[in-house]
Design a binder for this molecule. Sequence first.
Ligand code: ADP
Length: 433
Amino acid sequence: MKLLGKIVNSGVYENTPSRKRKTIRIGNQMAIFLSFTFFCHFFLFSWYELTIPKWIVLWSALFQWTIPFLQSKGKYILARLSTLILDCTVIFICSLLVGKASHIYFYYFVAICVPLMLFSKKEKINTLLSYLLIGTIIILDVFLGFNPFVEFNPPLEVQQAISLFVYPIGLTLIFMFVFYLTNESYLATKKFQSELGNSNHLNEELQNVNKALDQFVYSASHDLRAPIASVLGLIELAKSEDSIEKVKEYLLLQEKSLLKLDEFIRDILNYSRNARMEIQREEVDFNEMIHEIFSQHQFNKVPFEIEKMKSVSQNNPFITDRKRLEVVLNNLISNAVRYSNPYIESPYIRVNVKVNPSQAIIKVEDNGLGIDNHHLTKIFDMFYRATDRIEGTGIGLYIVKETIEKIRGEVLVESELEKGSCFTVIIPNLKDI
Ligand code: ADP
């Protein structure tokens, strides 16, 4: 079986184009079919003691093996044309020698199918040459009345007995070729249809990406320009101001605008890093990570105290993309701080982590401003904002969702207006994945 596979693939190399591969393989498969058929005729003619035809078909059977050999040397056209010339000549000679009543000329119908198998639609010249050859031989045979050497022909009963084999063999070959050709065109249509489906799908995806890009450029340019415009305005005011106190106040306001700009650019960088970079697997100590993030938010962006609590249950090593997880938790904790409620007695943020060998479940909970129910399905969209009470860009949760998807996790949210929110992140342990 392995040897047969080697023969079918001889002449096919790594850099052979896929179209050419197909015709090379068909050429080799035909060589195997025809060699087998000629061998059958060798036994048939031996049985009826037809010496000359017997040796002719034996040599033809052996000659078929030059096709894979020539193809392996890169002589594709020579291999296929020479086999076609030989096959037609053999049918012609056998038809004359074995006699009209053997109906060997029926094999011309088989020969008519062969160029369709051997040459692709683009090889028009080769196909034309092959049909010229087959046509000439058929006309010659008809012209000779299929029976010029009656005296050399075997007895009529032998001829008739051979004809009983010719039809089943010929019809089987024709049936096989027709089946092969229709199957090929069926597969080609199917491939075309699936490629068409794929390209439609790609088109749709491309349109969505285009839309998102449009929206991104529009919103990003607005978010980038707003702080710049505000800084420029403040510089103008400061230029005409004599009081040093006032100038200091304008400088503080400028600093605030520039920090906002810096945060936005950092968000975009996080987003683009997440989209471009491969996953980096690292062991994560949740206790340490959350402690670090909490200390980054030590000096709150809000002028009141927020209690920060953490409870981590981790008894096994946990592997994930550490940097990406940090971006996610940083965004969620930063939001919990920003959207805390200044009017309640004891604002808090609680981070709860449960790690098992297959996954980690992280809950970031606050008793802040909360989110109205009808916004909940949209807050993970790019630039979607659910409130104007606090300044923001609407990109943070989009980055959270995209980043979590990259590390094969999911994020869920529960929230109630004025009561608080709870974001649940479930991520798999990438140890064995
Ligand atoms: P931004 O905070 O810059 O507006 P996000 O994408 O981080 O953008 O959040 C989208 C929206 O979700 C916010 O506008 C806010 O209304 C809401 N939100 C997110 N986190 C919280 C939270 N912890 N508490 C209340 N609202 C939140």
